[in-house]
Ligand binder design. Structure first.
Ligand SMILES: Nc1ncnc2c1ncn2[C@@H]1O[C@H](COP(=O)(O)OP(=O)(O)OP(=O)(O)O)[C@@H](O)[C@H]1O
Ligand SMILES: O=P(O)(O)OC[C@H]1O[C@H](OP(=O)(O)OP(=O)(O)O)[C@H](O)[C@@H]1O
Ligand SMILES: [Mg+2]
Length: 281
């Protein structure tokens, strides 16, 4: 039986469940359900606090889990990343009232509020800065206004929360983060975990790429496939009309329109783009 930890709440919960649904696993219908059996896939899901997931997985009681890179690092648990999942992206930044500080070095001797003391203390140590950490559970932006801290260190996504609190980012990002699949550090991959990873990779590729088909005069095939090299190699097949070829290739979704324009300029016609529903590469 494969045992997987998933976030029960917060920013990562919904996209993590969505990714597992797309990978062919059953997901809970009631958000109060904390354990769920997917008998068809011989898999059990445990819905836990995202902050605790690396701790459970690091203990070896659960095979793998989905959490944030920042939460994994903060936990200090003996768990490691197997696969980056491409959602839950954020940066981790210092912020304060305007003109509080220009860089991390201006924080020496100051009070910094954070819900991620592990991340912040190891960053400060690496920078050789000694400061007092005020460990809060969340909504840390308010700590400056209430004079509990001189600055904060927190997750920033759109920056709206900071702006609303009248705070400004300063210094370099402490880290960038995204959702990851984690396992116990040094764990041997089992066939069930390898199958899960292949399924998740299939979802990631299907989201990131589209299939592009087009027709091109034979003498221009080399020029066209240089624009659409694909992941391995494009498929080139003869059209019934002599002198023309059909090409099929995988293309990054976000480059679709630029590539269609380039292909058109080279002489390609009948260019079609199709979503990939699922794949194994
Ligand atoms: N806008 C965001 N706000 C908070 N966390 C985010 C955001 N975008 C991505 N994340 C990531 O989500 C994880 C934090 O999830 P967590 O559930 O602990 O916090 P949350 O979404 O703030 O929920 P809660 O309201 O329970 O604090 C981190 O890995 C963080 O980088
Ligand atoms: O840059 P933004 O898009 O505004 O997002 C970042 C904010 O969102 C999160 O807070 P959340 O709402 O989860 O509350 P919390 O601080 O209690 O965790 C995070 O802690 C930041 O405060
Ligand atoms: Mg939060």
């Amino acid at each position: 039986m494969l045992r997987i930890a998933l976030p029960n709440k917060g920013s990562l919960a919904e996209p993590a469940s969505q990714m597992l649904t797309e990978a062919g696993y059953r997901q809970r219908t009631d958000s109060r359900e904390l354990v769920m059996l997917d008998a068809d896939n011989d898999t059990e899901f445990f819905f836990l606090r995202p902050r605790d997931i690396a701790v459970y997985v690091g203990s070896g009681r659960l095979d793998v889990g989905i959490t944030g890179e920042d939460l994994l690092l903060d936990s200090g648990a003996p768990a490691e990343t197997v696969l980056q999942l491409g959602f839950g992206e954020s940066t981790f930044r210092f912020a304060g009232l305007p003109d509080t500080a220009g860089s991390v070095h201006d924080l020496a001797g100051k009070r910094i509020a954070t819900a991620y003391p592990g991340v912040v203390s190891s960053y400060l140590a690496a920078q050789g800065v000694s400061a007092e950490l005020i460990r809060l559970d969340g909504a840390v932006e308010t700590a400056v206004r209430l004079e509990v801290a001189d600055a904060i260190a927190d997750v920033v996504s759109t920056g709206t929360t900071l702006r609303n609190a009248g705070l400004e980012i300063f210094g370099e990002p402490l880290l960038t983060s995204q959702a990851v699949l984690v396992r116990r550090a040094g764990a041997e991959p089992t066939p069930k975990v390898e199958q899960l990873v292949r399924r998740l990779q299939g979802v990631i590729i299907a989201r990131r790429y589209v299939l592009m088909d087009y027709d091109i005069p034979d003498e221009l095939v080399e020029k066209a496939v240089a624009i659409t090299p694909g992941i391995e190699s494009p498929t080139v097949a003869p059209l019934h009309e002599r002198g023309w070829s059909a090409v099929r290739s995988m293309v990054l979704r976000k480059q679709t329109n630029r590539i269609m324009d380039e292909l058109w300029d080279v002489g390609a016609r009948a260019i079609f783009v199709t979503d990939i529903h699922a794949c194994r590469l």
